[in-house]
Structure formats: C-alpha cells, structure tokens
Design a protein around this ligand. Structure first.
Ligand code: ADP
Length: 255
C-alpha cells in the first residue's frame, strides 16, 4: 500500500505541476502569438503600398532624372536605395511570419544541387571584389529533393554575409556528400564572430556593430535557418573573432 500511495501522490503532484506550469505559460504564449500576428499583419499590409512606392521611384529615376538638379538626383537615388531596403525587410518579415505559422509554401522537386551551386558560384564570382579570392569545391551529381528557390536564397544569404564581413582574404563554397547527407559549407577568412555573440546570430533582428556599419537588418540568418528547418535540415556555425567563420548546412532527402 505504501508503494501504491507513493505512486498515487507522485502522479497527482506531477499532474498539478504540469497544470500550473501550463497556466503560468498561458499569458506568455498569448503575448507571443499576439506579437507574431502583429508582425504578420503589419508586413502584409505594408507590402502593397511599399512596392508601389518603390516602383514609382524607380520609374521616376529612369524617366525624369535627366531633367533634375544634381541634388535632386542624389535625393532620388537615396530614396530608391531606402525603398529597396524597406521592400526587402517587409518581404523578409512576411516570410518569417509564414514560417512561424508553418505556412511556407514549398515547391519540392528533385534538384541537381551541384549545378545549382555552381551557377550561384559563377554569379558571385563575376561581382566579387578584387581583394577576395573566391574558391569552390562542389562535388558533381549531388541531387536533393527540395524547394529550389528557397535553397538558392539560403546559399545567397550565406555568401552575401561571407562577402559582407570579409574585406580581404578568401571565401569558399563547398558541397559534398556524407552517406545520405548533403553538406553545404560557406567559409570565409573575414572578421569572425565573438564567442559571446555566437548563440544569438540566428535570432531575428540580432546584429552586431559590424553589421550596423553595413546597413544589415539582422534577418538574413533567421531566414536561412527557417529555410533549412523547413527542409528538415540543420545549420551550424564555427567562428573565431578576427580569423573567419564557417557556416555548415546539412540536409537529407525527406522520406
Ligand atoms: P545581418 O547581416 O543583416 O546583420 P544576419 O542575420 O545575416 O543579419 O547575421 C546576423 C549577425 O551575424 C550579423 O550581424 C553579423 O554580426 C553576424 N554574421 C553573419 N554572418 C557572418 C560572417 N560570415 N562573418 C562574420 N559575422 C557574421
């Protein structure tokens, strides 16, 4: 009977603990959902006026700028850059809000990852600064069932960062196969990330002083992470301040 009573009371206490913890979390969960909904609604509402704003400035820039004073041209140019940034920010937020609600629409098909990465590599090679050596080691004939546009976006985000945070040195893109895992790495010999900042770099809006100086939004890596997770994969980073960083993405075909 003693054992039965002990088990009985343990169960009661476990249940009460579970119940009260749940109750205590409720306001936090509600606040979190409210915040998620606000971000999602706001970015949705802002999208249309912003894209009209952006295309009007673009048109003005192309059609009318020759009749403008140098100052007018300069202001128009600034407006265009800022509108472009705002447009991207709103689209990024919308994409993150969708991934929170598991509403990312994925168009899965078999993709030749080796070809996709080679073409991205070539595009970056054309526009890279002269101070950086851009190398690749892409194993041929690696295929993955994935959303091609999103994987492209993921690699763009990582390469964009590698170039943004490397003034001179080397950036390297690799793709290899480890049994059934496809492993993409983006390595750079740039400014690196301080150990105390590493746990936060995949958080939304988290950015360091290095990023502020470059006009970063702090959303790139959280989008990269949401893309990798939507494919059931993992993303990790190794970095040393002043030495450089390595971002590793590991994805398998979903069964
Ligand atoms: P952003 O670059 O717009 O600030 P991200 O979400 O892409 O936003 O990155 C978050 C932070 O992680 C950056 O502010 C930067 O401090 C750090 N970071 C990302 N990639 C690199 C890199 N390759 N080298 C050094 N720091 C990086």
């Amino acid at each position: 009977t003693l054992i039965t009573l002990t088990v009985f009371f343990s169960l009661i206490f476990a249940y009460l603990g579970y119940y009260f913890a749940g109750q205590a979390m409720k306001p936090i969960k509600t606040a979190y959902h409210k915040q998620e909904k606000f971000v999602s609604d706001a970015s949705h509402e802002l999208r249309t006026p912003l894209s009209i704003f952006y295309s009007s400035i673009d048109l003005l820039n192309r059609e009318e700028s020759q009749n403008m004073s140098p100052l007018g041209k300069e202001i128009l140019q600034d407006l265009q850059t800022e509108a472009q940034l705002m447009n991207r920010l709103v689209n990024d937020l919308l994409q993150l809000a969708r991934s929170d609600k598991k509403q990312l629409t994925m168009e899965m098909k078999e993709v030749n990852l080796s070809e996709l990465l080679t073409s991205i590599y070539k595009r970056f090679l054309r526009k890279k600064p002269a101070t950086i050596i851009f190398a690749q080691k892409i194993e041929p004939e690696i295929f993955l069932v994935c959303d091609e546009t999103r994987i492209q976006e993921l690699v763009y985000i990582l390469l964009d960062n590698a170039f943004k945070y490397t003034n001179e040195g080397e950036v390297k893109l690799t793709l290899r196969l480890n049994s059934s895992e496809k492993i993409i790495t983006v390595e750079d010999s740039g400014c690196g990330i301080a150990q105390e900042n590493l746990p936060f770099i995949f958080d939304r809006f988290y950015r360091t002083d290095a990023s502020r100086a470059k006009g970063g939004s702090g959303l790139g890596l959280s989008i990269a992470k949401s893309i990798v997770e939507a494919h059931g994969g993992k993303i990790s980073v190794q970095s040393m301040l002043g030495k450089g960083s390595v971002f590793t993405v590991t994805i398998k075909d979903k069964n």
